[in-house]
Ligand binder design. Structure first.
Ligand code: CUA
Length: 451
């Protein structure tokens, strides 16, 4: 009797859990409603069988319970029963699988009018490429990939000149337009998933895979990598924003084409020198940094990184957290640089300053730090030299106490918690893997030993 009650409770509990559980599919935001329908159908078929089998078992336990004089009947063959069991099982299995085959056929048949967008995955970062006005993506090849050409663009292909290169985790797509994503990996297996779109597909090195969807709801959705791709796998996130057409155009107009990137004006260090006077008050005349004023060394830092941080301070993506006292000061300072040209100029000036290595101030277990650094090296480079293609700034020879402060800030969410700071967000996830303050010191001590 106890066993029968347990079986009934199991059925009731499972059904209630399914109905009341908060862990259900995210709201659908694409055309793939029929994927949800097949999931529902699978739930119905397996659910009905689950309930029927368990209640039947409970009934049998009570109906045929042991009593004196009650013996079991041995009946190994029952043609009628086997016939109906075969029919119902086949129908159930077919009901689950057949609709899936139809949906799969839709999934691999891309509509003619779909816009092609390429997504490139590499440990642990997404970037994107959109065709320009010619609607054709230029050819690429991994043999072209260099620090200056992370997309591997073929410089001789005229079709590639107007391609938009988005070296960022953030993609925008217009609502209501079918999109074909071409998926390419630069290193290992990854997987492109947007749960609200119900789409996912592996990225396989050496081939281009694809998927398609039509976004139906304006909003922001997370891009997840759902294929284990190394220690930073969990931090391989991106965001796709579905825009109304007008907003999409505004975003697209802001993106740079391959030709524009090649022709980007370089900043003027002479013009930047006067703007630098404000920076010099804290960061020093040579950009050497000043620990008394909590100002890190900026000479020798990657220009693209300083540009991005200055833009972050200006836009409020960084320095707005109440715990970020020195970041707040930078907001006021960054505001004195009125436009992109001013930022380019001052960065060009900083680039012209002598790069003198900062003195070590943090001590720790170098051997332990070296082990921890293996994860950092994937993006920041084995020598801590920084890698533009991975949006990772230089670490070696810079200010160690500043590195320690920033890692602690990332860990506490003082830096990187702002939704506009996608790379900072990635760092909050990675900094969370640093067990304690001692680990951070060990790491900084090891980085001090890098050339
Ligand atoms: Cu890329 Cu997991």
């Amino acid at each position: 009797m106890v066993f029968a009650i347990a079986l009934v409770l199991l059925v009731v509990g499972s059904v209630l859990f399914h109905l009341l559980s908060p862990w259900y599919l995210t709201p659908l935001a694409s055309n793939w409603g029929n994927i949800d329908d097949t999931i529902d159908l699978t739930f119905w078929v397996t659910g009905i069988v689950f309930i029927a089998v368990n209640l039947f078992m409970a009934w049998c336990v009570i109906r045929y319970k042991k009593s004196d004089g009650n013996t079991a009947d041995y009946e190994p063959e029952n043609q009628k029963l086997e016939f109906w069991l075969t029919i119902f099982t086949s129908l159930g299995v077919a009901a689950m699988l057949a609709p899936g085959l139809l949906v799969w056929s839709d999934f691999v048949t891309v509509p003619e009018e779909a816009t092609e967008i390429e997504a490139i995955g590499q440990q642990w970062h997404w970037s994107f490429r959109l065709p320009g006005v010619d609607n054709k993506l230029g050819t690429i090849d991994s043999s072209y990939i260099t620090e200056a050409n992370p997309f591997g663009m073929n410089p001789d292909d005229p079709n590639g000149q107007d391609d938009f290169l988005i070296a960022s985790n953030e993609l925008h797509v217009p609502v209501g337009t079918p999109v074909k994503m071409l998926l390419r990996s630069n290193d290992v297996l990854h997987n492109f998933t947007v749960t609200e779109f119900r789409v996912k597909m592996d990225l396989v090195p050496g081939m281009v895979t694809y998927l398609w969807y039509t976004p139906t709801k304006v909003g922001e959705y997370d891009i997840l990598c759902e294929e284990y791709c190394g220690v930073g796998h969990f931090a391989m996130r991106g965001r796709v924003t579905v825009d109304e057409d007008a907003d999409y155009q505004v975003w697209l107009d802001d993106q740079l084409t391959y030709a524009e990137i090649l022709a980007q004006p370089v900043g003027d260090p002479v013009a930047g020198a006067s703007a630098y006077v404000v920076c010099a008050a804290c960061h020093g005349a040579q950009g050497e940094g000043n620990p008394q004023l909590n100002s890190p060394k900026i000479s020798g830092q990657d220009g693209w990184y300083m540009k991005r941080q200055l833009e972050y301070f200006k836009s409020g993506a960084r320095g707005t957290h109440e715990g970020d006292i020195f970041g707040k000061q930078m907001i006021a300072m960054a505001a004195t640089l009125i436009d992109d040209a001013a930022i380019n100029n001052v960065v060009a000036y900083i680039d012209s300053l002598p790069d003198v290595r900062s003195a070590a101030t943090v001590s720790g277990d170098v051997g332990r730090g070296q082990k921890v650094y293996e994860t950092c090296a994937a993006c920041h480079g084995s020598q801590g030299q920084g890698r533009w293609a991975l949006n990772a700034p230089r670490l070696s020879g810079m200010t160690d106490w500043y590195l320690v402060t920033q890692l602690k800030n990332f860990r506490k969410g003082i830096r990187g918690a702002n939704r506009k700071d996608m790379y900072g967000h990635q760092m909050t996830m990675l900094a969370a893997t640093l067990a304690d303050d001692q680990t951070i010191d060990d790491l900084a001590a090891y980085i001090n030993t890098l050339p």
